[in-house]
Design a protein around this ligand. Sequence first.
Ligand code: 13P
Length: 339
Amino acid sequence: MDEGLLEQTANQLVAPGKGILAADESNGTMSKRLAAVGVEPSAETRRSYRANLLSTDDYQSAVSGVILFDETIRQDMDDGSSIVESLNAIGIHPGIKVDTGAKELANHPGEKITEGLDGLRERCSEYFAMGARFAKWRAVIRIGEGMPSKACISTNAHALARYSAICQEQGLVPIIEPEVLMDGDHDAQRCYDVTAEILDATFAACTEQGVHIPGALLKPNMVMAGLDCSNQATREEVAKLTVDCLTNHVPHDLPGIVFLSGGQSDEDATAHLNLMNKMDVNHPWQLSYSYGRALQAHALKTWAQGGPESAAESQEMFAHRAKMNSLARSGDWSPDLEA
Ligand code: 13P
């Protein structure tokens, strides 16, 4: 394992003022998102949308890495250069989603186990040769009656740790993503407890597998009530509960935490991150973003209208969200900047 390379990449990914663009929606997910805005899904429409997004002027001032899907890492920009080359040319690390999806967990209706360990070493080796320097694996944890089960926690923690060890062996910084879903009517305290449980299990498994923590990143949910809960936490409460949970359940030698947005509104995702970075607390890790929907939702909707004007407007929307989240890295965002 090249610890020096892994630590350097991990630290570059969470450099001040920068975060990650998650553009690694699987073909199935991306096709659904395109269809939802009235665009016929195909390899070409998925390419064309992303090529436009990645042609935005100067977004590298707010973005250190872009997570790609297997189809995308093999595709080209409109000018014929490869997407990987175009990212490298502006100092952005290409990343790659390497799990093969969350599948039904046997004997546990409603719960999922993320698959993709078979052949992972060979795939990571190929992606590194193609220019990828980091990877992502997403585990999905649902809260409900009797959920999450011990089986769901332990199998997903084990898979995250094995994935991380293989990535590091192949030179890729693993983004460890145990996502506790926002679906459900649970309160924020229940989310706190489940988040703590999956974080403890994941880092215990990482220790067992010999994962080099200074060469890894964590991509967690924020601690908040379920979407159907009548007692929603305030933004300040979410920020405080999240930092408290992470401080008690994440190793302090991890370089950075890059949150997912998970269905939060664009502005909530920015405001929560801003409040955490504004706190009068000396966090041991960088607190950053790896947002998918919270960076892209409006950009996609606008691009879908078609034509060069919409394409340019879509880039402006993405640039604006990237800028807002970049400011949130230092607690310098405020709601009036959204006008
Ligand atoms: P969201 O920010 O839309 O949750 O996506 C982040 C991600 O990469 C989920 O795996």
